[in-house]
Design a protein around this ligand. Structure first.
Ligand code: ATP
Length: 134
């Protein structure tokens, strides 16, 4: 099976570096599947799950925005944050969800509203990804 190198890095750490068969990410224009020999591309990423197919199995990582660079047989994902299901603290995500929902009800200020919406999306994404393994 043909593969390409996938690297995932955040400002804090290198999260992943393996030869993989395929990934599915949430790009600015929706879900995007990347196979070996994909055309070169740079795209922003949305908050969402990142699926990785490797050795016939699927792994999942919660990503909260950033960029993906597809090069010749190498894909680099620069993520704001990235966690495996086992790393996700469900209670923390639940607390973040509740905080964000409270802010969304209370505030009318646009910047705060947008920020709370993003926090809510991150929390919901983490809960969804965490439940794949917990
Ligand atoms: P919180 O309000 O709980 O901090 P957040 O969405 O604002 O959530 P981020 O700014 O996205 O947090 O992430 C800050 C750091 O904390 C990153 O290293 C991220 O991986 C980690 N992190 C955030 N939430 C969780 C969680 N529920 N479980 C594990 N790690 C988390």
């Amino acid at each position: 099976m043909s593969t390409f190198l996938l690297e995932i890095v955040t400002p804090e750490r290198k999260v992943y570096g393996q030869d993989v068969e395929m990934i599915i990410v949430r790009g600015a224009e929706g879900e995007l599947g990347i196979l070996p020999h994909h055309i070169p591309l740079v795209t922003p990423l949305e908050i969402g799950p990142l699926q990785i197919k490797r050795n016939g199995a699927t792994e999942i990582i919660a990503v909260s925005g950033g960029f993906m660079e597809v090069r010749k047989n190498k894909v680099v994902i620069l993520a704001e944050t990235a966690e495996f299901p086992s790393e996700i603290d469900l209670e923390r995500a639940l607390a973040a969800q509740q905080r964000a929902e409270k802010r969304l009800q209370a505030r009318r200020d646009d910047v705060d509203h947008r920020r709370a919406e993003m926090a809510l999306q991150r929390a919901l994404n983490r809960m969804k990804v965490a439940k794949k393994e917990h």
